[in-house]
Design a binder for this molecule. Structure first.
Ligand SMILES: *[C@@H]1O[C@H](CO)[C@@H](O)[C@H](O)[C@H]1NC(C)=O
Ligand SMILES: *[C@@H]1O[C@H](CO)[C@@H](O)[C@H](O)[C@H]1NC(C)=O
Ligand SMILES: *[C@@H]1O[C@H](CO)[C@@H](O)[C@H](O)[C@H]1NC(C)=O
Ligand SMILES: *[C@@H]1O[C@H](CO)[C@@H](O)[C@H](O)[C@H]1NC(C)=O
Ligand SMILES: *[C@@H]1O[C@H](CO)[C@@H](O)[C@H](O)[C@H]1NC(C)=O
Ligand SMILES: *[C@@H]1O[C@H](CO)[C@@H](O)[C@H](O)[C@H]1NC(C)=O
Length: 471
């Protein structure tokens, strides 16, 4: 009898929590630089993203990995990439690589709380076997790219077409991908039963190269003379418009009364391909701040209590996973690296994260860690000269080209967020302390899994499309 009562009351409890489970929309921009949205750089025309950032909480020390695949693996698993083997570069076109199937990922957890789960955009966590694609990993629907770097109008990369609606190749001619993604996201929202919690993961391919956009967006920046920067800026504004259309649909549908929306870039902007990370040093692929500090914010009309400010607390991509789980009412899985930052997001509490490991890459031979103030870099962080700078009027500063870099670098990120002054000689105790922390993490790391490319996946073997069946 007692058991019966307990079971019954648990059931009632979980049912009534279920009713209130928030909708979650997670928007990921691709290759968006630190200086590439209006709330960091008034030259950028991004009114809707700016509005949401300013009405929400802007994260100022929110780190991601330096590239697509590692960051995406972190958001989806809550593990640092050096714990899943995806810490070195992106999955290459012909490479039989993937996020291993034994990792339970975010939508799979959310399904346990009854979420409807959708991914609209770019996957880039492996597709050489059906078991690695989003529809086998907790997403009810998938609309978009398996790979990265497709033409935004032709959805082709190298010699293969790459666009799916669930598991089926969807041949769509002409239209710009960001418009397709917005239209599908809106369709999902309009068809959604509001009594069911919604998880919509929107990894846009904007503003990744190839740098191309419909003319009307490029024309918004006729004042910018550098071609690459002008078109890139148009891509940013196209994404802002898509974001505006999607958030308007959420509002129309009445979902915003119980919605948490998160936005972040997946890595820093690629210098030389239109992006700009000033005043941060370096860009995409590097473990400089310009490669790893993600422009980001969270927004909610009802769930976030303290809004309209910038939070300087430390965060990492893995924390988005943990925070979304907490918001969904799920426990944190054992063994993960992520920390739920819900108190930070909701109340403005201090971050519970004391340090961020930027990477431990046994192939590039580099690693880096930061605590609240200091960042230690071992090995070559990647190109971080202060030139060539993207030609961006208003923001260009006169940074000198550094001498060849020593293999140990220490920066005070509070005094020197641009990583100009190496403090290794001045602060040996800090170097030793952070080295010891990195040594600890290295003792837990697994080597990067980075198999050689194989012709097996060539689209010529699969009717001209990229698809599963070769690993
Ligand atoms: C997944 O399998 C790999 C070995 O292939 C192992 O190293 C890793 O710990 C496993 N991860 C999980 C979460 O089970
Ligand atoms: C995709 O899969 C979902 C879930 O099974 C289904 O409802 C939807 O109709 C599918 N879409 C297409 C285009 O097949
Ligand atoms: C697709 O578009 C990209 C970017 O514009 C271009 O480089 C590529 O050649 C195009 N591919 C095909 C097959 O047309
Ligand atoms: C946004 O919606 C407007 C009005 O329907 C439409 O003209 C425009 O193409 C949409 N933009 C995107 C990027 O989806
Ligand atoms: C990393 O170190 C190994 C072993 O010392 C060396 O063979 C390799 O060339 C190094 N890689 C880079 C990118 O420096
Ligand atoms: C955000 O971080 C930058 C770089 O560390 C710092 O200069 C700036 O003051 C911070 N912004 C706010 C509002 O705290």
């Amino acid at each position: 009898m007692l058991n019966y009562v307990l079971v019954l009351s648990c059931l009632t409890l979980s049912l009534c929590l279920c009713d209130q489970t928030p909708h979650i929309v997670f928007v990921l921009a691709d290759d968006l630089g630190w200086n590439d949205l209006g709330f960091h750089n008034p030259a950028m025309i991004t009114p809707t993203l700016d509005k949401f950032a300013k009405e929400g909480v802007i994260f100022n020390n929110s780190y991601v990995q330096p590239m697509c695949t590692p960051s995406r693996s972190a958001f989806m698993t809550g593990y640092y990439p050096f714990h899943t083997g995806l810490q070195h570069k992106v999955i290459d076109y012909w490479q039989p690589n993937y996020l291993q199937a034994n990792y339970t990922i975010l939508p799979q957890y959310l399904k346990k709380r009854g979420y409807a789960t959708h991914i609209v955009g770019k996957w880039h966590l492996g597709f050489c076997n059906w078991k690695y694609v989003p529809t086998r990993r907790g997403f009810d629907t998938f609309y978009g790219y398996y790979q990265g770097c497709e033409g935004h109008f032709n959805r082709t990369i190298e010699n293969g077409y790459d666009f799916r609606d669930n598991d089926t190749v969807a041949y769509l001619k002409g239209e710009y991908s960001t418009k397709l993604f917005a239209d599908r996201a809106i369709q999902i929202i309009e068809n959604h039963d509001p009594s069911i919690p919604l998880f919509l993961y929107l990894p846009f391919q904007n503003v990744h190269f190839p740098i191309e956009v419909p003319k009307q967006y490029e024309n918004m920046y006729s004042n910018i003379h550098d071609n690459m920067r002008r078109v890139y800026s148009g891509m940013v504004s196209a994404m802002d418009e898509a974001f505006g259309n999607i958030t308007a649909a959420l509002e129309r549908k009445g979902l915003t009364n119980n919605l948490l929306l998160g936005f972040t870039s997946d890595n820093g902007g690629p210098i030389g391909l239109g992006a700009n990370n000033l005043p941060l040093r370096g860009g995409k692929t590097t473990i400089w701040e310009g490669g790893t500090r993600g422009i980001s914010f969270a927004h909610s009309k009802t769930l976030i209590k303290k809004t309209g400010y910038t939070h300087n607390g430390l965060m990492h991509a893995i924390d988005w996973f943990s925070t979304f789980l907490e918001v969904a009412g799920l426990p944190q899985p054992a063994g993960i690296d992520g920390i739920s930052q819900w108190k930070m997001w909701r109340d403005g509490a201090p971050s519970e994260r004391l340090e961020v490991v930027h990477n431990i890459d046994n192939i590039a031979n580099n690693s880096a860690i930061r605590d609240k103030q200091y960042k230690l870099i071992l090995g070559n962080p990647g190109p971080g000269p202060w030139d060539p700078l993207p030609k961006l009027e208003d923001t260009e500063e006169d940074f000198e080209k550094p001498d060849p870099l020593p293999d140990t670098l220490l920066y005070d990120l509070i005094e020197d967020p641009g990583e100009h002054n190496n403090l290794v000689d001045e602060l040996p105790d800090v170097v030793n302390r952070l080295k010891a922390r990195l040594d600890y993490y290295k003792s837990t790391a697994i080597p990067a899994r980075f198999p050689p490319n194989t012709p097996a996946g060539d689209p010529n073997n699969f009717g001209g499309v990229w698809g599963p069946g070769w690993c």
